[in-house]
Design a protein around this ligand. Structure first.
Ligand code: HAM
Length: 403
């Protein structure tokens, strides 16, 4: 038997239902906030991710599915969605037009990580990206929208926020931080990060490193006036809208493109991989990828991590279950189903069984209406119907039924 690859899985039955429900809720809410659908390719030039997600990130450094295609191009399966959307935004020349553009997407992402509960090598993200909006009120809007999605799905999370500054205040902060870090005895990963991207040291998972970082200088104490004021606006906006949050000055996110507001929604109900969704501003990314300077902000939800937490609405009985009680009625049933399926959900049984056996199956399959045709109905050109909720029974002419 050939099995699926490690860290990649099939979604069927209940999981598949939950998956579709989750995407439906995300799409409906994103559209209410005026985001429109964008689809980008699964494969991109590796350089796109190296430049955007960053050479120093774990994603580019260790986790990319990268290879050469038959023409020798270096390509990668996308590890996240933002880079591709930004590339498409620039390629379609939206940066030259100006104004605000809002996109949502969902699809498979690939990271060669060590698989464990909630962590897969192929996983599904639902994400949104908003371009051209400088106002910190959009940051509030984006966080409220993500909260609304998770509330609708019945998922409780903690919201962590931070500000990662801008090209004016982040470089001097990094210098101050490096001076502090150089005197500490930190793990090997941290030593490497001091050289590549020192703020990543702050979210080291090693508890002995964390103990030594207690007195590290905080970015929120080193923001320039503009970043500081915007961070206050975001906090006030969340409070005004009754959204609880925690300021986590160690929240640096694993991707290099962020500036200003960064946030993560975490759950303590799904084990160690508690990050349900994350995002933030990336005001320099469009320029870094060769476009005209354009503000950007977005988030992505890890759909796989939601599946076991979603509270699904009760399955309602719906549609028809049609059956035949004699061979001659079978063709009639098929003919009717073709007409009915133009507007209604219809399940068909090709087996000739007793009324009782058919009824039992219809009930099991959650049909709202049961319909059957036997010799008698065939002669009279009628169908016998039963509503499986109200138990009402009736015979109606086939002509009326199909109309
Ligand atoms: P990210 O934090 O790398 O951000 O991923 C977002 C979410 O994807 C995570 O919170 C998590 O739920 C899910 N996720 C990540 N890796 C895995 C995995 N191996 N298995 C299962 N789920 C996973 C981004 O990807 C950014 N592009 C988000 C963004 C959009 N920022 C701005 N716009």
């Amino acid at each position: 038997m050939i099995s699926s690859l490690r860290g990649m899985r099939d979604l069927v039955e209940d999981d598949a239902k939950r998956f579709l429900y989750c995407i439906k809720v995300c799409e409906e809410i994103a559209q209410r906030y005026d985001f429109s659908f964008i689809q980008t390719p699964l494969l991109e030039e590796s350089l796109l991710f190296k430049r955007s997600v960053g050479q120093s990130s774990d994603i580019v450094g260790k986790e990319m599915y990268d290879f050469c295609d038959k023409s020798g191009n270096e390509i990668s399966l996308r590890p996240e969605g933002t880079a591709g959307v930004v590339r498409a935004f620039i390629q379609k020349k939206y940066d030259k037009v100006g104004g605000v553009k809002k996109f949502y997407y969902h699809g498979a992402m690939f990271r060669y990580e060590r698989p464990q509960k909630g962590r897969f090598r192929q996983f599904h993200q639902f994400g949104v990206e908003c371009f051209g909006e400088q106002s910190a009120y959009e940051d509030i809007n984006i966080i409220i929208m993500l909260k609304q999605i998770l509330d609708t799905l019945g998922i409780k999370t903690k919201i962590l926020i931070n500000s990662l500054g801008c090209p004016k205040c982040m470089p001097p902060y990094k210098e101050t931080l490096v001076k502090f870090l150089q005197n500490l005895d930190l793990c090997e990963d941290c030593q490497r990060r001091i050289l590549t991207n020192p703020i990543r040291v702050l979210d080291c998972k090693n508890s002995s490193c964390q103990a030594k970082l207690k007195d590290a200088p905080k970015i929120t104490h080193n923001l320039c006036k503009n970043c500081h004021d915007d961070f206050l606006i975001v906090q006030k906006g969340l409070r005004d809208n009754n959204i609880d949050f925690i300021i986590d000055t160690n929240l640096v996110r694993g991707l290099d493109y962020y500036s200003k507001t960064a946030f993560e929604f975490v759950s303590d109900e799904i084990g160690s991989q508690g990050s349900i969704a994350g995002g933030g501003r990336y005001d320099k990314l469009v320029e870094i990828l060769g476009g005209k300077d354009t503000f950007g902000i977005g988030f992505a939800i890890g759909v796989d991590r939601l599946l076991e937490l979603i509270k699904m609405p009760e399955d309602e009985k719906q549609g028809y279950y049609l059956s035949a009680l004699c061979d001659e009625a079978l063709e009639k049933i098929i003919e009717i189903s073709v007409k009915l399926r133009k507007t209604k959900k219809v399940k068909l049984s090709y087996e000739i069984k007793s009324l009782k056996a058919h009824l039992k199956k219809a009930d099991k399959q959650n049909a709202l209406w049961f319909g059957c045709i036997g010799d008698d109905e065939l002669k009279k050109e009628v169908i016998w119907l039963k509503n499986l909720v109200t138990k009402e029974e009736k015979q109606i002419s086939l002509k009326d039924f199909c109309e």
